[in-house]
Write a protein that binds this ligand. Structure first.
Ligand SMILES: Nc1ncnc2c1ncn2[C@@H]1O[C@H](COP(=O)(O)OP(=O)(O)O)[C@@H](O)[C@H]1O
Ligand SMILES: [Mg+2]
Length: 262
């Protein structure tokens, strides 16, 4: 139903397709995105914004590169926690990514994060399990974390459903820190993301995912806490090793939660 290319600006095309019900354009990314409704269907449509906009830290060519990465990532690792990528349209303003719309609130918002942190442990663990399961698939396909933080997480408190989006800054394969302090939120970043020339790889993904649990799960069960501490101190050699340790500890937690509710 979507054409391979359009010859008008994305917003013009979307106005013809249906109704633009929201617009995301104040992001420091420079990207401009839209919520679009056509009949019963809703889409999240992401573009690289105005080619002449040089305010953001990335110029237009850089923004286009990240959107190409996002499309490659979505296609290489389809996963229920990630919005489905329906189409990529070529336009005069670069690629236009048409994703499934997902309801949810941004966990980066302090009030939303606090509400999430106050949920029952089992519900927070279910969301983390979804996030970690996605990262097993990403890791196996060679994807390495880049600039992940809670701004990539939407939570639907009614459906109890996590959505992971905006993984545009992930890298396919290990890379080197060429910036010193890289872009990112310090609460989530691994030490190597602060050190010029340091390798960033599957170990980094493990660290950042462990930090995510430490941020989102204020009172982790002791056996899980131990895995998270190990992941952020002595470290695991790769994401898979972290995930296996997490699963092993989780089965203990599940037993304990079941016993307690008996
Ligand atoms: N599939 C989606 N469905 C609904 N809303 C989304 C979806 N993906 C992203 N969003 C919302 O749009 C905002 C901007 O999208 P994001 O991918 O983070 O763009 P940017 O690259 O500009 O940061 C997000 O903060 C989130 O609130
Ligand atoms: Mg974003």
């Amino acid at each position: 139903m979507f054409p391979a290319a359009i010859d008008v600006p994305p917003a013009t095309y979307l106005d013809q397709l249906g109704t633009i019900f929201t617009r995301f354009g104040t992001q420091d990314s420079g990207n401009v995105s839209y919520g679009v409704r056509t009949g019963a269907a809703r889409y999240f449509v992401k573009s690289a914004g105005d080619p002449a906009d040089t305010r953001p830290y990335l110029d237009f060519a850089g923004r286009v590169d990240l959107l190409r990465t996002a499309a490659e990532l979505a296609r290489s690792v389809p996963h229920p926690v990630v919005p489905e990528l329906h189409a990529v349209l070529e336009s005069p303003a670069g690629p236009v990514l048409v994703y499934e719309w997902r309801d949810g609130e941004l966990l980066h918002e302090p009030a939303v994060r606090e509400r999430f942190q106050a949920l029952p442990t089992a519900e927070i663990l279910a969301a983390l399990d979804a996030l970690y399961d996605l990262h097993v698939a990403l890791d196996a396909a060679g994807w390495v974390e880049g600039d992940f933080y809670d701004g990539a997480l939407l939570y639907d408190f009614t459906a109890r459903r996590l959505t992971v989006m905006d993984l545009d800054t992930y890298h396919r394969g290990p890379y080197r820190n060429t910036m010193g302090r890289m872009f990112g939120s310090s609460r989530f970043m691994a030490p190597e993301e602060h050190v010029l020339g340091a390798p960033v790889d599957t170990r980094t993904t493990a660290y950042v995912m462990a930090r995510t649990a430490l941020v989102l799960l204020p009172d982790p069960p002791p056996e899980l806490h131990q895995v998270l501490i190990e992941a952020t101190t002595t470290r695991f050699p790769n994401y898979r090793a972290f995930y296996d340790a997490w699963l092993t500890a989780s089965s203990t937690t599940a037993d304990n939660l079941a016993n307690r509710s008996r």
